[in-house]
Design a protein around this ligand. Structure first.
Ligand code: SF4
Length: 213
């Protein structure tokens, strides 16, 4: 699971999405805990001599200082992943971050998807999230500040084995017209049939807010 060939890379390009970065811990249907760990900055640009789209994980402190936004031209350094199965972003441990040019037109009023500045992590934490269809995450929701691709650990054999995967979630208003939950998600446990997360955990995770919040 460990990739010990880590290397430091330089990157530059245009920000195409800023999303919260989180770790999720699942245990059967008894627990789905979301821990916010920073932001994933999705960039269309150049890294390690290649033109492509990629994601860089940054800390909350870095995002609050740099205030990256869709359309900004940015550059920096980062490291390839030591644990590829545990981390969705392509690179992490970012440094030397620079905003080369501010986005020309920021549409702060845009809704569905919401394109204004991503809030502090405590806002995401308070709001809680619902499962989001991965097709929506890749498509119509990708630029939304409420979209999230989480690093998920499933407690498969308590204290002995975990399984890992990535799952998409939405922290946005419950009445967003673009929202689709997608298929129920299997939560396996050793020597048992999988339980399925069919959405009622979403209700618990977002119980603090109403439909239009
Ligand atoms: S469904 Fe969620 S992520 Fe997608 S546009 Fe609506 S609020 Fe944003």
């Amino acid at each position: 699971m460990i990739d010990d060939t880590q290397e430091k890379i330089s990157f530059s390009g245009t920000v195409i999405s800023v999303q919260p970065r989180s770790n999720v811990w699942r245990y059967k249907l008894d627990n789905r805990t979301h821990s916010m760990t920073g932001y994933n900055i999705f960039i269309s640009g150049e890294t390690a001599g290649e033109q492509r789209n990629f994601a860089v994980a940054i800390s909350e402190k870095q995002q609050m200082k740099m205030r990256f936004h869709i359309g900004d031209e940015i550059s920096g350094t980062a490291w390839t992943k030591m644990y590829p199965k545990l981390e969705y972003a392509d690179y992490y441990r970012a440094g030397a971050l620079k905003k080369l040019q501010e986005a020309a037109n920021v549409n702060s009023d845009a809704k569905e998807p919401w394109l204004d500045e991503a809030p502090e992590l405590s806002v995401y934490d308070w709001r809680g999230c619902r499962m989001l269809d991965s097709k929506n995450w890749k498509g119509k929701c990708f630029a939304c500040k409420w979209a999230c691709m989480a690093n998920v650990a499933i407690e498969y054999n308590w204290g002995v084995t975990q399984k890992f995967r990535f799952e998409s979630f939405c922290y946005g208003p419950k009445n967003c017209a673009l929202y689709k939950m997608g298929r129920p998600r299997a939560v396996p446990y050793k020597d048992m049939d999988s339980d399925y997360d069919t959405g009622w955990l979403d209700d618990i995770c977002t119980e603090r807010r109403g439909d239009d919040e």
